[in-house]
Design a protein around this ligand. Structure first.
Ligand code: XBP
Ligand code: MG
Length: 258
């Protein structure tokens, strides 16, 4: 027997009411890319590679998600796609350089080089208090997430996030939707009951491909990206944005999607 109109409506409301926020990390929770850039350059010196990325070059390289993928992409550009060493040796070298980079990034975060973006911590606290479920869907590594959030929130930072999907669990990097699909699956939630918060075109594409309405907070490295598919673009970031705002924008989207 089909559900009564009232039950069907209740089910529809339940399926579309905002129940969770899924946060990207780099460029969204914090302005991390300057520190990532400095860490890459430090690793290149340590590895004797003789490379140095400036801000303009790094802004272009950020179109490739994932630090190892970015090094491989640059390597290919440097060598016209050719490589003097075989694939295995290349993969080993990239892994070694990326490990040096991750250690350098961790040091920088520990020295206070990375700040959370304005409004992020307040929104996380308000959303948590309002009973919204929180998750992280990022391209970066567990080490980098922990270094950042341990510094910004404290040793119990993980209690704020029900699900964390990252490079160790989702090797297919954004714009592939794997990291968002796995987050939704582990939360047992439909995409319609969630909002993604991102900073880049790759992130937006990944979230949209997973069916997620997405709020964009651009930054100095991504302001020129195409955010045409976003629910909202917030040039000022999340400063002053409340849970009520997010609920309203999400409901507007649900109403138009009906
Ligand atoms: C953005 C990325 C990451 C970082 C560097 O991640 O593409 O690769 O630039 O971190 P997010 P790694 O999805 O959080 O925006 O070197 O650890 O990859
Ligand atoms: Mg990002």
């Amino acid at each position: 027997m089909s559900p009564s109109p009232a039950n069907a409506w209740d089910q529809r409301i339940a399926a579309t009411a905002l129940r969770a926020l899924i946060f990207d990390v780099d460029g969204t929770l914090a302005d991390t890319e300057q520190a990532h850039l400095a860490a890459f350059n430090e690793a290149f010196v340590e590895a004797g590679l003789g490379w140095h990325w400036d801000v303009a070059q790094y802004t272009r390289l950020l179109e490739v998600s994932g630090g190892k993928e970015r090094i491989a992409h640059h390597w290919a550009l440097e060598n016209g796609g050719m490589s003097a060493i075989d694939g295995l040796a290349m993969a080993d070298t990239i892994q070694r350089v990326h490990d040096l980079k991750t250690a350098a990034y961790e040091r920088q975060v520990a020295q206070g080089a990375v700040q959370m973006r304005p409004g992020v911590l307040a929104l996380i606290d308000e959303a948590h208090a309002a009973g919204l479920r929180l998750a992280i869907a990022t391209t970066t590594s567990p080490v980098n997430i922990s270094a950042l959030l341990r510094q910004a929130i404290g040793p119990d930072w993980m209690l704020r996030f029900e699900v964390i999907e990252d490079a160790s669990t989702a090797p297919r990097k954004k714009p592939h939707p794997q990291v968002y699909r796995q987050t939704l699956a582990r939360m047992h939630l439909p995409a319609t009951a969630c909002l993604a918060i991102e900073d880049s075109a790759n992130g937006l594409a990944a979230a949209r491909a997973a069916g997620l309405a997405t709020v964009i907070t651009p930054n100095e490295f991504t302001a020129h990206h195409d955010f045409g598919q976003a629910l909202r673009v917030l040039p000022q970031g999340l400063a002053g944005v409340s849970v009520a705002d997010l609920r309203r924008w999400h409901a507007e989207r649900s109403a138009t999607a009906a």
